[in-house]
Design a protein. Structure first.
Length: 368
């Protein structure tokens, strides 16, 4: 994809240099080309830019109307319809997310997009039994892939959200707002994703804050889920990690069917295996009714809380193992999300079979 071009008109060189340095050292270095100008007369061929950002005293004249022009302002902007005013002193990741949203909503007709990029791999983490370690795996998987250099989006579709593993901004209500625009079939939905997503400062995983309203999650339809996942498929991520809900309702089924691979957690416990077998048989039945082109998502069974030996005949239940994850005693009574990242044994084991998550890695079976 061709990089977007931004012209910045501002005579505060310390500030513009800070913007340039941020672009050079952040994810935006592969997405944007930023040019700095200190006077409007220096801006030549303005139609070669996707956006012009200017200090309020340097707003250019005679710019083609199709090119968005945003003004840098010194006071926070709170009005929903003031998207062409950019608060100068906000965090830079938020500032550039706003700029990206503007360019998506108002593309320059003289600027053509480049070639197509590969779609991200959608990986769902699922467990038929609640409390099976699903969110712990999803969060670790997202963070590990990001640490290895991939661009990763984490999406929680749980009806009742878990403890916050990534920083949350409850007042932002990002998931609820995205759900509104999805249901309204807004033409600006892609720019809204840029506006409402967050980035974990440590792992660099991108995400939407989980929905705080059980009622709104229960009202999220199969079509809403499909639209959201389609939107993420069109974005420039390498992986989308879906933390699904254990209940096999339409939202959960839609997310599983849209996935390239399902990491299905099981435990070496008779009641857990019995329930999982029933749910898996129902999943295969429902999937067989709705599958298109004869293709089912790849299901990979992960043995969780493995202690070094097996009590039950897991293969006899029809679950060939793709990998296993260790039992971590300290997680039996969590008091903070940071506990999840304090034990390296879990991530080490995860990394041992992580290379098999590539789309071409199919049908592997392991023994414990």
């Amino acid at each position: 994809m061709e990089k977007r071009r931004i012209a910045i008109l501002d005579n505060d060189l310390a500030y513009t240099n800070m913007l340039l340095n941020y672009v050079r050292t952040s994810e935006y270095r592969t997405k944007m080309i930023v040019k700095i100008f200190t006077e409007p007369g220096m801006l030549e061929e303005p139609d070669s830019f996707d956006l012009i950002l200017a200090g309020s005293d340097l707003l250019p004249e005679q710019i083609p109307s199709a090119i968005p022009v945003a003004s840098l302002v010194d006071e926070p902007v709170t009005a929903d319809n003031a998207e062409l005013k950019i608060y100068r002193f906000q965090p830079l990741n938020q500032l550039f997310s706003q700029l990206t949203a503007i360019m998506m909503e108002r593309p320059n007709p003289w600027r053509l997009a480049g070639g197509e990029e590969a779609e991200p791999s959608l990986i769902s983490v699922y467990s038929a039994v609640g409390g099976g370690g699903k969110t712990a795996l999803a969060v670790h998987l997202a963070a590990t892939l990001a640490f290895q250099g991939s661009k990763v989006f984490y999406l929680s579709l749980e009806t009742v959200c878990s403890i916050p593993y990534f920083p949350r901004q409850p007042e932002k209500r990002s998931f609820e707002r995205m759900l509104y625009y999805l249901q309204a079939e807004s033409p600006y939905i892609q720019s809204k994703l840029e506006q409402y997503k967050s980035i974990d400062p440590v792992s660099k995983v991108e995400y939407l804050d989980p929905c705080e309203s059980m009622e709104e999650m229960e009202g999220m339809t199969e079509q809403d889920t499909q639209r959201l996942l389609w939107l993420l498929k069109q974005s420039d991520y390498d992986y989308v990690i879906i933390d699904g809900d254990s209940a096999m309702h339409t939202r959960a089924m839609a997310s599983l069917m849209a996935s390239d691979r399902i990491l299905w957690l099981i435990e070496d416990e008779l009641n857990h295996l019995t329930k999982t077998k029933q749910v898996y048989e129902r999943f295969r039945l429902e999937a067989g009714k709705s599958v298109t082109e004869g293709k089912l998502p790849e299901v990979s069974f992960i043995l969780n809380k493995y202690t070094g030996s097996l009590v039950n005949d897991i293969g006899g239940f029809g679950f060939p193992l793709f990998g296993h994850l260790p039992y971590v005693p300290d997680w039996s009574s969590l008091h903070s999300a940071s506990q999840l990242f304090a034990d390296n044994s879990y991530r080490v084991q995860l990394m041992r079979w992580l290379t098999k998550l590539a789309p071409e890695a199919r049908g592997e079976e392991m023994t414990c």
